[in-house]
Design a protein around this ligand. Structure first.
Ligand code: UD1
Ligand code: PEP
Length: 439
């Protein structure tokens, strides 16, 4: 079993570059199958396990997909198969994002139902209600969701009960090829939604209002391939910001976009961290004493749930008591138990965790419970006394490119090893990266 071993105590200094965003590239690759003509050339694509998975999903449907030098090229002009089996959805829930494009283009889609996962039950009822409102007949059974429509989907007025990121994306993609106008209300406003809308518009779609709570989509008859760069990953950026802060270091996070990180920056500043926006990124300077604060996770532009566990690591090192309230996912505190193995003093009360600050963190063997927990435990390890060994790295590889290598380049004492203790560098051998999706 591979592990990341980190010895705490080193300060981080220098420059680190953020990759393209996982949560932007997955819907964009799913949307590429809407193009019945031409090739899509998607640039700034991170070499993540999830990217290999979504590529496999659409390759399995007959799309021609290449991935080299951070560029994904998709030719989906052939007749595609309209099914995505459980083997992919099991690895990555975002595989359900092919439902909308397939249904809109072919009038049929059959995708395995995603189960619950380590952070919550994560239903897709809002995606399905949206398709039904557009005239689809949706049937869930035998572990699959199957949707059919005779002819084209019809534009509709759809109100989302909660501003779901995935439902907004799936419905927006379906509506792009529907007959008539769709008005989507109470939608998610995340930067990744805006990136997807920009991509769709370059393909020939007519999407207006992405980034606000109402999106209007006027359906068109066909879409074509286009070129599109992926926006920088705000969660990877935020993770390095926290890592710099926890060690009292001084790090320039290149490519980080401050407008995407307003809530994170504001909380770091409340904790006494110095944050400077520079031309090419964000500089973070950790203080000698961090101050406690409280956080409530919310849909964008509120504090992102995907930064919750990393902030928990920072709060453990702050003077005073902090409280985190998780309102987006009902079960995103699995990492608390792992932090406790590192001597953290925390109490879970309903949807909140009370964190006693200035813990003497101790190195321990801990298991990543989800992808952000993996980063958070490594960040805590940067501060802990002695060695922290983090296992279950399959989660980390879904969302971070060479996290250990990038931290090492900033001065962390960290390495990734295999079961024999030999160093592993996933990013030097293409074969090894390919094998990530087999895990
Ligand atoms: C690939 C991707 O972009 N993943 C992100 C996306 O996940 P994802 O798109 O799955 O998250 P959603 O925004 O859909 O989920 C938010 C909340 O809505 C609920 N819900 C969602 C859909 C639905 O049909 N019914 C329903 O009740 C969920 O259970 C959850 O409690 O947004 C999350 C919230 O910012 C992030 O943590 C994930 O990193
Ligand atoms: C929860 C996350 O991703 P996903 O929705 O792909 O599981 C995440 O990126 O933290």
């Amino acid at each position: 079993m591979e592990k990341i071993i980190v010895r705490g105590g080193n300060q981080l200094n220098g420059t680190v570059k953020v990759e393209g965003a996982k949560n932007a590239v997955l819907p964009v690759i799913a949307a590429s199958i809407l193009a019945s003509e031409g090739k899509s050339v998607i640039t700034d694509v991170p070499t993540l396990a999830d990217v290999y998975t979504i590529n496999e999903v659409i390759r399995n449907m007959n799309a021609d997909v290449q991935f080299e030098n951070n560029i994904v090229t998709v030719d989906a002009s052939k007749q595609l198969k309209t099914e995505a089996p459980f083997e992919y959805v099991r690895k990555m829930r975002a595989s359900v994002l092919v439902l909308g494009p397939l249904l809109a283009r072919y009038g049929h889609a059959k995708v395995a139902m995603p189960g619950g996962c380590a952070i919550g039950s994560r239903p897709i009822d809002l995606h399905l209600k949206g398709f039904e409102a557009m005239g689809a007949d949706v049937h869930v059974g035998n572990g699959f969701v199957e949707a059919n429509v005779a002819g084209r989907l019809k534009g509709a007025k759809i109100y989302l009960d909660v501003p779901s990121v995935g439902a907004t994306e799936n419905i927006m993609m379906a509506a792009a090829l529907a007959d008539g106008r769709t008005i989507l209300e109470n939608c998610a406003k995340e930067p990744e939604i805006v990136d997807l809308a920009n991509y769709l518009n370059k393909m020939g779609a007519r999407v207006v209002g992405a980034g606000t709570e109402t999106i209007r989509i006027d359906g068109v008859e066909y879409l074509q391939g286009t070129e599109h760069p992926i926006i920088p990953d705000r969660v990877e950026a935020g993770s390095f910001m926290v890592a710099a802060a926890v060690t009292g270091g001084n790090v320039l996070i290149e490519n980080a976009v401050s407008e995407h990180l307003r809530s994170v920056i504001s909380k770091l500043e409340e904790m006494n961290v110095i944050v400077e926006v520079e031309d090419n990124g964000i500089r973070v300077i950790g203080p000698s004493e961090l101050k406690a604060t409280d956080i409530k996770t919310l849909p964008h532009p509120g504090f992102p749930t995907d930064m919750q566990s990393q902030m928990m690591a920072l709060m453990l090192c702050a003077e005073g008591t902090s409280v985190i309230t998780e309102t987006v996912f009902e079960n995103r505190f699995m990492h608390v138990e792992e932090f406790r193995r590192m001597n953290a003093k925390m109490k879970i009360e309903g949807r909140s965790v009370i964190i006693e600050g200035l813990t003497d963190l101790q190195g321990a063997e801990v298991a990543a419970t989800d992808l952000r927990a993996a980063a958070a435990l490594i960040i805590a390890g940067l501060k802990a006394e002695g060695f922290t060994r983090v296992t279950e790295l399959k989660h980390l590889d879904r969302g971070y490119v060479d996290f250990a290598g990038k931290l090492a380049s900033l001065g962390a004492d960290i390495e990734r090893v295999d079961e024999n203790g030999d160093p592993v560098n996933l990013y030097q051998e293409t074969n090894t990266i390919d094998s990530m999706i087999a895990k």
